[in-house]
Design a protein around this ligand. Structure first.
Ligand SMILES: Nc1nc2c(c(=O)[nH]1)N=C([C@H](O)[C@H](O)COP(=O)(O)OP(=O)(O)OP(=O)(O)O)CN2
Length: 137
């Protein structure tokens, strides 16, 4: 029997959307207010989904306490109250758009999720803007 279990988390981060090699005019045209050089913050809401076979002995697809600890250690401690552009090495040369943040989160969690389970990350940048990523397979 296959089921999906999910864990919600959140973090607050600052970012700026821009490309160093583009002019101020082009960054402003493409990224608008998200290109504010003084940065701006979002209250990100994260939902991590793990899909797999139900273990009939434990009644678990995956221990949600273990998933919660993993998200705290790998994501919240790295992203919460940080400037993504300046403090998180993955975004030194990668625009911290919602799409790229979701992919980075997936890549950071994937090694710790059992191989036989599928991982999907859903990230809300605002209440109305959200993205999801489930890897390339
Ligand atoms: N494809 C993407 N487009 C945009 C991203 C992104 O990450 N991926 N990011 C932004 C801004 O950073 C931000 O999310 C925009 O916020 P805003 O337009 O203010 O959205 P709200 O939901 O808060 O407000 P509305 O009034 O509903 O627009 C822009 N684009």
């Amino acid at each position: 029997m296959k089921l999906r279990v999910s864990r919600k988390a959140h973090f607050n981060s600052a970012h700026r959307l821009f490309r160093k090699e583009w002019s101020d005019e082009k960054n402003q045209r493409i990224f608008g207010k998200c290109n504010n050089p003084n940065y701006h913050g979002h209250n990100y809401e994260l939902i991590v989904h793990v899909t797999g076979e139900l273990d009939l002995e434990t009644g678990f697809v995956m221990d949600l306490k273990e998933l919660s600890d993993l998200i705290k250690r790998e994501i919240e401690e790295t992203f919460d109250h940080k400037n993504l552009n300046l403090d998180v090495p993955e975004f030194a040369d990668l625009i911290p758009s919602a799409e790229n943040i979701a992919v980075v989160i997936w890549q950071k969690l994937r090694p710790f999720i059992p191989q036989d389970k599928a991982l999907e990350v859903e990230l809300y940048e605002t209440a109305r803007n959200f993205v999801s990523y489930k890897g390339e397979n």
